[in-house]
Design a protein around this ligand. Sequence first.
Ligand code: FES
Length: 307
Amino acid sequence: MADPASPDPSPPNQQATPAAPVVDLEPEHELIVLARTTPEASSANDTLVIGTAIGAAVFGIAFAVSLVIGLPIGWYGMFLALAFFSLGLSIRRYFFDRFPEIEAAELREVPDDQPERPVSNVPALARRPLLTRVLLGSAGVFGASLLALVPSLGPRVGEQLRSTPWASGVRLKTTEGEDIRAEDLAIGTVVTAWPADNIGFERAAVLVMRLSDEPAEPTNMEWVIENSLVAYSKICTHAGCPVALFRERENSLFCPCHQSTFDVRRACQPTFGPATRPLPQLPLGTDDAGFLIALGDFVEPPGPSTG
Ligand code: FES
């Protein structure tokens, strides 16, 4: 412990630093304007504002027209870029002489005997009606021209992703366009089939299989022929790849894209891989001539879930 009677241990030549005076800075005293340069309004600048504003409107119209009449993307892309550039330049020049260039210093300390007052001589905005109207008008025309994009968004998807050409009585056809007779399909056979008149319609593709083992729940047995013939969507419910491989001994269908596996005995429920939904079962029947027909569309939408 230090002896209270001992002298101060500080070196004798060190003086206590006097406390700095506390300066009470008000918020508006934070900057001092050292120099201020206000660009002069000029007719040249005004002409540039009006010219580029009109240019933005013209390029916007050109964009809309070229889009509607179906010009190549390079054309309407160029017009759109020019419209954006012109409008941006016009806005930039519109405000060119509204805001002065200001050089300022941050006020750190204000001596008591020289109180500084910050200079604030930035004038309020003075609107020039003609420039404002031209600029707003061209921005409006340009904005309206963007409405030309609306038709290119395409039709509403809606039910198109849920329904397929399958309907009651529609015959199943092979890729070659031949009708399929139930009795022609032996055990272990798998055939890709399409709706008549819609061969190649991908979302309607089905795999018709003759199973060696009798299907079980939750298979809809009313859509199974002779306790062994079934048809399921060929489109993987994970990401839409065609389910390509029928492993008859394992009673499974295999998707090569991400290895999803489906149990064909049990309503093509997913048993492995990223798919979470079963492959939809096609209501399957035969007509009077013994040819395979659909009894209706899929109950569940084929392919990946769309939300
Ligand atoms: S698309 Fe079939 S598993 Fe991914």
